[in-house]
Ligand binder design. Sequence first.
Ligand SMILES: NC(=O)c1ccc[n+]([C@@H]2O[C@H](COP(=O)([O-])OP(=O)(O)OC[C@H]3O[C@@H](n4cnc5c(N)ncnc54)[C@H](OP(=O)(O)O)[C@@H]3O)[C@@H](O)[C@H]2O)c1
Length: 263
Amino acid sequence: MGSSLLEGIVKSDNFDGLLDVIEPAIQDSSKEDFKKSKVNFYSDIRENKDTINYDLIIVATKPNIYEEIFNGLKNNLIINDKTLIVSILAGIRISKIEEIVGSIPIIRAMPNIASSVLEGMTALIGNKKITDKDILNVDLIFELIGEKIWLKNEAQMDSFTAISGSGPAYFFFFTECLKNIAIEEGFTEDVSNKISQQIIIGSGKLVKDTGIDPRELRENVTSPNGTTEAGLKVLADNKTGLLDKLRQAIIEAKNRSIEISDN
Ligand SMILES: NC(=O)c1ccc[n+]([C@@H]2O[C@H](COP(=O)([O-])OP(=O)(O)OC[C@H]3O[C@@H](n4cnc5c(N)ncnc54)[C@H](OP(=O)(O)O)[C@@H]3O)[C@@H](O)[C@H]2O)c1
């Protein structure tokens, strides 16, 4: 996720600042990818101790080491109420970060995996310390890797995580189910892969390129008494259909998100 953001930022015409990346086991090939950009690589935060007054710090490590990471920032970098911290760590509430670094500007971001192909969906929420300039800068960054929205409150992050963070996996699973059914119907594995993958790619492209509401797209391909209508009768059934199952799935995912954040 961190490299997707870095790629987006260095490719952007809007960015002409200095970028430092701290990553313990950076590959030489990754350094090579950014050779032409103004990016410096460090393997340990202590190499930057008290040297630079960063405007913005993005934290993209695994959430389970958040205490070590934010203590590392606090103890080694110059952090004050003008430093904006952006955390993409799933399940780590802003209050937990404030407990370590103090009451400075903090924005929590929840991108999804499609950010790696610059088609991500990110939700953003900040604490009371953030300024209009912080909002503008963070908008610019997350627009580089897809679409973004600002949440009204941090509690919405759990619903967003269940819908959008986990959303790509729901579509991957749908694709996987289509593939398995194609195999059951007698197609080879290769052909089944091709059919199921092209359906998700083609449908997504139609939604994006035409801008037509998915409901209208669905109605357009559903002729009365046709094959699609027969299939949709099962999928769109009020009681046993997909809507109900998806709702149950999202409630479960949301509850898990709350549970993880409470720990
Ligand atoms: N992937 C997603 O779809 C997604 C969506 C939303 C939010 N997130 C959040 O994004 C974060 C990163 O996820 P990811 O999937 O990109 O995980 P990842 O591939 O494991 O990336 C974590 C990175 O942090 C580096 N790291 C470890 N210790 C560090 C340290 N002390 N200082 C600096 N860097 C350090 C790791 O380096 P090494 O590999 O050398 O250990 C690795 O490059 C997570 O908090 C996750 O909750 C991910």
